[in-house]
Design a protein around this ligand. Structure first.
Ligand code: G3P
Ligand code: MG
Length: 249
């Protein structure tokens, strides 16, 4: 049984750690988010050829490392040999793609909660959810507040059976007309949609149906203020340093 994520959920959550301030989805990015005052971060998890869960957004390593090619065709050893920091800035040279275990430990040590997005390579939704679920079953500590999210209903339904006590979030870009059915099919407790598609009415409707409403990725403080006024439960941002002051005092 894990501590309920929503009870401690802050209104501002760092995206991929603090994507705007440090190389996304690295331990350095988690630290930078914590140093900026974030109490929670979102990160992405995917799997390697040899069934290891690692923290990376894209299904290939080209954009965010010095390597190239699909992660699903690489071993953990090959992934770990990559430099995941210097593409962002020389200051982060040598930063590695974290394993899921390292990420869980780091986020806990930094005193933050975690929104772990299950990010399968397309076609690998079920194996990814199964692998991540089984690892969480073994490694999650009872008091660690975690929310699992995904764009894939299949992945959510799969992982929900493996770790039934962990809350699930359904990710979408636009608001699908059948959002309530999708939430049910996914077994989701929270609805996460892209900032530009949010309206005051949909926030109300989703919350009235009993779900939390989270918005990604919002970096403009004026728009963030409007969303907070519309009572969204949380905003996921690349710049926790800029949005956190909106919720102080
Ligand atoms: O979880 C919110 C957000 O991260 C979803 O989109 O592409 O940044 O993973 P993406
Ligand atoms: Mg994500």
């Amino acid at each position: 049984m894990t501590a309920p994520f929503f009870e401690t959920m802050p209104r501002i959550i760092g995206h991929r750690g603090a994507k705007g301030l440090a190389p996304e989805n690295t331990l350095a990015s988690f630290k930078v988010a914590a140093n900026a005052g974030a109490k929670s971060i979102e990160i992405d998890v995917t799997v390697t050829r040899d069934n290891n869960a690692i923290i990376h957004h894209d299904s290939n390593v080209t954009r965010c490392t010095n390597g190239q090619g699909p992660i699903l065709l690489k071993s953990l050893e090959q992934v770990r040999a990559l430099d995941a920091g210097s593409w962002f800035s020389a200051q982060y040279t040598g930063e590695k793609i974290p394993t899921l275990s390292e990420a869980l430990l780091s986020v806990k040590q930094l005193g933050m909660s975690l929104n772990l997005e299950v990010k399968p390579t397309k076609g690998w939704q079920v194996p990814t959810a199964e692998l991540v679920g089984r690892q969480l079953q073994k490694e999650l500590q009872e008091d660690f507040p975690i929310l699992l999210s995904s764009f894939s209903i299949e992945a959510l339904a799969t992982i929900g059976k493996i770790v039934p006590n962990v809350p699930l979030g359904y990710l979408t870009e636009a608001i699908p007309p059948d959002w309530e059915k999708r939430m049910q099919d996914a077994g989701a407790a929270s609805f996460h949609c892209q900032g530009e598609f949010v309206t005051k009415d949909i926030v109300l409707a989703v919350q009235k149906a009993g779900f939390k409403f989270l918005v990604y990725t919002v970096n403009d403080p004026e728009y963030a203020k409007q969303l907070l006024n519309w009572n969204v439960d949380a905003i996921i941002t690349d710049y926790p340093d800029i949005l956190l002051p909106l919720c102080e005092g």
